[in-house]
Design a protein. Sequence first.
Length: 549
Amino acid sequence: MQDISVLIGGKAGEGLNKAGQIIAHIFGALGYRVYLYYDYPSLIRGGHNFSIIRACETPIASHHDAIDVLLALNQETVTLHQKQLRAGGILIFDAAFVRADGMGIPLTIILEEEKAPAITRNTGIIGAFCKAIGIRWELLEEVIRKDIARQTEQNLAVARRGYEAVPGVMVVPDLQHKRLPFVTGNEAVALGLLHGGLTTYIAYPMTPTSSILHFLAEIAPPFGLKVIHPENEIAVMLMAIGCAAAGERVALGTSGGGFCLMTEGVSLAGMAEVPVVVVMGQRTGPSTGLPTYSGQTELFFVQHAGQGEFPRFIVAPGNAAEAYSWSAVALNLAWKYQTPAFILTDKNLSEGGFSLDLVTSPPSPEWFPPSEGGSSYKRYALTESGISPFIPFAAPGAVVKYNGYCHDEQGISTERPELVTIMQEKLLRKQQSLEKEISNIPSVNRLGVVDAATTLLCWGSCRGVCEEVAEHRRLRVVQPVVLCPFPVEQVRRALEGSDRVIAVEYNATGQLATLMLQHGFTIHHQIHKYDGRPFTIEELEERVKGVLG
């Protein structure tokens, strides 16, 4: 099986992320399925940045310890990563900054002669990489023209000089497979929200969800989309509630520190029965923690955020295709049930790159026509499902009262015990209706060797690496995608025939394992990783081997 891994490294500010994407697009054009992991510290300039690009014949969402090609823009990259280079691997470096055995190219001289800016060093080394592995110049030129909108000709000139500076060493075959779109997890979320009918996106930038804001702002005009960047996270949540109450299909993005400021607003949305969707990008904490690294640390925070008891929907997609599909579903369910919904991601998913292969598209959004207004309208009318007829407060002729205080059917504040009880039970009926709907939507994946007696239990971005380890070790994988309401019966069916369950999570306390225990399931072993980095395939396989003996 064709399976090649490339690492490109340097300092922040040298365009390492863009370089990784260009290499991913080159492999994608050859029919490979691609995964990209981007590692960087919380620095604008300096520090060590690198991207690992893995290309394979089959769908992937994880990477190996070892690499086949190392592209070094500085000495630190060689020092830190040369030990990962396989025997017979290729090392290409900027000869002005690196001393090593391999292919040194005079990038500094090339840039001077081409009068090109320093940022084009990355296209120079990509040109050398393509020549070394037998990529046609025409394909590289095509990708650069698509990916680099500014100083395109200078980038092409530098890339051509790099291409001519090294010999061909090997040939990576063209698989002739269908070329798939290459997207980040954040782009998949954004596109899924658009599919679900998004009309307004509001966010204060916070890693790892910041790029959703940037991406949607760039593509907003053709979609008639409103993209807003308020002054802080409190304003984000309150503005989102106001927009939703006015009939806008709204979503917002944040991470743990920003979400802390939003929790009172979440509770307001719960009591006022306002549909808002929160894209929650988890990272390692507590406090600021590792702001540019990853974790699965906020499941319980999101599950219990906000005072009081009210329904909510929580989904944790495991790859780009799930991020696309379930983001659309989350927006639709938030509106159907007039309640907060949460899309739990993490840095590994949000900023990772994936070949997007949609086997099926999510259903088209349901549009819920407003009821007739007038003085008789009851914003919180009692219904069997708990879902009240919706009218946006700006609708002509409508008398609408949203209220975060305990209220009656019309939204008038009350402290009468019988009304407080009735209205709380109305919220609980919505939760029960949501649970019933989720029971009819496939919400748990059974992957790997589906009848194996040993199961890897995972959620979110752990899915990809667990799948590959499971295939090699002949194990089952069970991945709950919906986490609230928890799909107990679907999990039970997915685990049938399994006599050993190993929970794999990117946290220190086993949050999914704890949730499983709360619902009566048995977890036999737990494997945790909480240094902010994803498992490599070999690392997780070694940990699983230690458990299995």
